[in-house]
Design a protein around this ligand. Structure first.
Ligand code: NAP
Ligand code: HSE
Length: 440
């Protein structure tokens, strides 16, 4: 049986999971793919740290240069996280013509285009299955299994930490910070958890999927992003009452520009949305992720699984290791690059013109005339109201006032929100979320 040697750079949550799964299932994997996969290095920052997974001491080091330059190392797995050091590790490995596997969506989002070019220049590949949606094999699905399709829509719950927090807030009414600490302890959150809760991690993943769909590496600055910090239990409660649940959704709308797939038009956003409880994405709870896809040949398809955590992510990393092992023994031209840049350009549409229905929550003073002032502003901006709730028996000077409003372009809606926030009868910054029907 052929052997391949793998250097794992980063032996934390995911790196530990990869080592453990290869130790547990190595023989089975070898029987399936014909390669015996041996880990020859595990590189960490602190070799003396106590860990839940402990590879043999002789393969653990703190020197990634040594590990990737080892002539015995065939494949490099980058699992350190962050951007700058990770970039150096990936670049050096590609320059040595060694295939690299990464789960690092922040790195890909920022430097993906140049790293893909570098991989091509050195006639090797950069694989990234674990970078989106943890254990769901969505990269392979979009790149290979759905190759026949012009995909026009993707709606994704792509951040396990946020979905875990929103689910626990809705079901148990517990505080945001307490649930975030739990997600960190479970190994779901990023080292810097603001990446999760401010929507940036989902933005990285949405950009990667949009790049695969369009054949054009989408710059992350073109994605409108809003995180989940503003969501309170009262929003979840009233969304539920209105027949919705709130989810952080990465949305990709892709239209061919006059039928030419070489120049697509793309509309992208990551934001909390009210999802109708009747829609399949509404029932994706906890750390689970789901990617809903509409293709012209396949129709609608849904991919569901654990979006974060040690074992689920390790499953995706190992699938890439097996692909890399098989590709090592193929002529480069006969292998399938994980990303192919085939579009000449892409028009990324500004979020300012995207049209949606919205849910608004105001903390308003409970006195005659408040509602009149609110409705006057919305009417002046030609924004219709489809429903309005002010819960009874609410103590205190202010009351929550919830409104569902009809379709408006974001730049118009934003002006109305600014004016609502300036009203004397409104006592805190207005909170608003898009309401998505998934109809178009
Ligand atoms: P982690 O638990 O913090 O592990 C990072 C590992 O890298 C640690 O072992 C750390 O060493 C090591 N490291 C950091 N800087 C290093 C350096 N300069 N040289 C050598 N080793 C270094 O992070 P993780 O959760 O496994 O995440 C790793 C990557 O996978 C990130 O890009 C993350 O976004 C991605 N990812 C994570 C998940 C998840 O569920 N956790 C899912 C999908 C993708 P020490 O242990 O000594 O500190
Ligand atoms: N922090 C990420 C999440 C890890 O919670 O989804 C998986 O990419």
């Amino acid at each position: 049986m052929r052997k391949v040697k793998v250097a794992i750079i980063g032996g934390g949550t995911v790196g530990g999971g990869v080592y453990q799964a290869l130790a547990n299932n190595g023989e089975l994997i070898a029987a399936r793919c014909g390669y015996s996969i041996e880990v020859n290095h595990v590189v960490v920052r602190d070799a003396g740290k106590k860990r839940s997974v402990n590879p043999p001491r002789e393969i653990v080091s703190t020197d990634w240069e040594m590990a990737i330059s080892d002539p015995e190392t065939d494949i490099v797995v980058e699992l350190v996280g962050g951007v700058d050091e990770a970039y150096r590790i990936v670049r050096r490995s590609l320059e040595m013509q060694k295939p690299v596997i990464t789960a690092n969506k922040a790195l890909l989002s920022l430097r993906g285009a140049s790293l893909m070019k570098l991989a091509r220049k050195f006639r090797t590949h950069l694989y990234f299955e674990a970078s989106v949606a943890g254990g769901i094999p969505i990269i392979k699905v979009l790149r290979e299994s759905l190759v026949a399709n012009r995909i026009s829509r993707v709606y994704a719950i792509a951040n396990g930490t946020c979905n875990y927090i929103l689910t626990k807030m809705a079901r148990e009414g517990r505080a945001f910070d307490e649930i975030l600490s739990e997600a960190q302890a479970l190994g779901y959150a990023e080292a810097e958890p603001s990446l999760d809760i401010d929507g940036l991690d989902a933005m990285h993943k949405t950009g990667i999927m949009a790049s695969l769909l369009s054949g054009y590496w989408v710059p992350e600055r073109s994605i409108y992003v809003k995180g989940i910090r503003d969501i309170t239990p009262i929003d979840l409660e009233f969304a539920e009452w209105l027949g919705y649940t709130i989810k952080l959704i990465g949305s990709i709308k892709l239209n061919e520009n006059r039928g030419d797939w070489r120049n697509p038009e793309i509309e992208l956003s990551v934001e909390p949305m009210l999802v109708p409880k009747t829609h399949v994405l509404a029932s994706v709870d906890g750390v689970f992720n789901a990617v809903f896809v509409k293709g012209d040949v396949v129709g609608e398809a849904l991919f569901y699984g654990r979006g974060a955590g040690q074992d689920a992510t390790a499953s995706s990393v190992i699938s890439d290791i097996v692909d890399a092992a098989c590709d090592l023994h193929q002529e480069y031209e006969r292998t399938l690059a994980p990303f192919e840049a085939y579009a000449e350009s892409a028009a990324i549409l500004s979020h300012e013109h995207s049209i949606a229905n919205y849910f608004i929550r105001l903390e308003a003073i409970n006195r005659p005339g408040t509602m009149a002032r609110v409705t006057e502003i919305l009417a002046r901006h030609q924004i219709g109201i489809s429903s309005c709730i002010q819960p009874e028996n609410h103590d205190g000077e202010t009351v929550p006032l919830m409104l569902m409003v009809d379709r408006a372009p974001y730049h118009v809606f934003k002006k109305a929100i600014r004016e609502l926030g300036q009203l004397r009868v409104v006592r805190s910054k207005p909170v608003y979320f898009r309401v998505e029907s998934f109809a178009d």
